[in-house]
Structures are given as structure tokens and as C-alpha cells.
Design a binder for this molecule. Structure first.
Ligand code: SAH
Length: 200
């Protein structure tokens, strides 16, 4: 696969918004992958980062991003910075004034992401203490890129009314990707089965 063939595949099989495809085009996924696997950057697979963690599969990143329905200038929380790739995509979509706050627990990945994202002015990488980042709450959108065993209802305290949260929920080797909309009552939509590394 190549960057172009991934885009062709998405155009034929998904209905992603054009600005999301444009963000994908703008960012080099190879820059977010440890050197030994860079030639695999445009295979549609998750790849290892460090400490048994991964950078998500491109199609998964696109589905999650598309379902977040991001608008310019929004404030977004990501849990699970990993390589920083998902944050980079989000940072383009919230321009010119939006901000991305992203939390990570693994120190090696914080350093890796800081290096990968050094030219991205609207992304703040935070060492996770507890779930989310209360200090900057509330957020317009929350994206969790690791698998929760149960729906983290507590995090809804950090989400704006009418906000959207995307979270994979389920046991270790198979989760359902859920889209939770915080309207007058909670709406939960299942986006399908996926596999993520566990949320800790
Ligand atoms: N979004 C990343 C993929 C991350 S994989 C990318 O684009 O590359 C999920 C990440 O979540 C892992 O790096 C893992 O270390 C991190 N993680 C697990 N539990 C966490 C928690 N409670 N808070 C923050 N990060 C967590």
C-alpha cells in the first residue's frame, strides 16, 4: 500500500469528510514510526512504538477522527498520546484557534511524541495522572485511543454539553468502538469491533 492507495481505498469504501483526507495527506505517518518499521508506514496496520504500545491502524484513526465531527477552534482531549500521530491529525482540523490536550502514561512515549510534535504549536502533551486532564476541562471532544473495560462515565464530567466522546470498550482482545453524545440524554452508537491496547 501507499499513501495514494489508502486514500483510494477510503474513497471507495468510506464517506470520510474531505478535510480529514486532506489532514492525512498533509502529515507524514512515517515520521511517527520508529526507524526500523518506517517502510511499513502506509500499510493499513497498527505498528509498534515502544513498551509494547502501538500507533493505531490508519483506517482506525480516520474512522475515529471522522466520527468526532470536529469543527475549527474546538478544544480536544486525547487519552493515549502514543506516537502523537492522532494528535497531529486533530491539530490540523481545529485550526486556527483550537487546541489539543493529550495525555500519556509511558515516559518513553511522552519523549517520542514531544520530539515528533515539536513543530505543532497547538498540541500540549501531558503526563497522565488519573484519567483525562481536569485542569483544562471541559472539552468539546474526547478521544480515547486505548481500550476501556467499561464506559468511563466519569470522563463525561470533562466533556461539554453537546460534546462527543469516542472510546473503545470491552475485554482485552476485542472492543466495540463507541460514540457517546452528551445531549439532553446520553446517546451511545456502536461503530463496530476493533482491537486497542488496554487503558491502564
Ligand atoms: N493515539 C496514539 C496511539 C496510542 S496507543 C497514536 O496516534 O500513536 C494507546 C496509548 O495509550 C499507549 O501509548 C498507552 O501507553 C496509553 N495509555 C494507556 N493507559 C493510559 C491512561 N490511563 N492515560 C493516558 N494514556 C494511557
Amino acid at each position: 500500500m501507499s499513501k495514494e492507495s489508502l486514500i483510494k481505498y477510503w474513497k471507495e469504501n468510506f464517506n470520510f469528510k474531505e478535510e480529514i483526507i486532506e489532514a492525512f495527506k498533509e502529515i507524514s505517518r512515517e515520521d511517527f514510526i520508529p526507524v526500523e518499521n518506517r517502510e511499513l508506514a502506509y500499510q493499513d496496520i497498527a505498528l509498534p512504538t515502544f513498551k509494547a504500545q502501538t500507533i493505531s491502524q490508519p483506517t482506525t484513526v480516520m474512522i475515529m477522527t471522522n466520527e468526532l465531527e470536529i469543527k475549527p477552534n474546538q478544544k480536544i482531549l486525547e487519552i493515549g498520546t502514543g506516537s502523537g500521530y492522532q494528535s497531529a491529525i486533530l491539530s490540523i482540523l481545529v485550526k486556527p484557534k483550537g487546541e489539543i490536550y493529550t495525555t500519556e502514561i509511558v515516559p518513553e512515549l511522552i519523549d517520542f511524541a514531544k520530539d515528533n510534535l515539536k513543530n505543532y504549536k497547538n498540541i500540549k502533551i501531558i503526563k497522565a495522572k488519573g484519567l483525562g486532564y481536569k485542569k483544562e476541562a471541559p472539552y468539546d471532544r474526547i478521544i480515547i485511543t486505548a481500550a476501556a473495560q467499561e464506559i468511563p462515565y466519569k470522563l463525561l464530567d470533562q466533556l461539554n454539553p453537546n460534546g462527543i466522546m469516542i472510546v473503545p470498550v470491552g475485554p482485552q482482545y476485542s472492543q466495540q468502538l463507541l460514540k457517546i453524545t452528551n445531549e439532553k440524554s446520553l446517546k451511545i452508537k456502536n461503530l463496530g469491533d476493533f482491537v486497542f491496547v488496554p487503558l491502564r
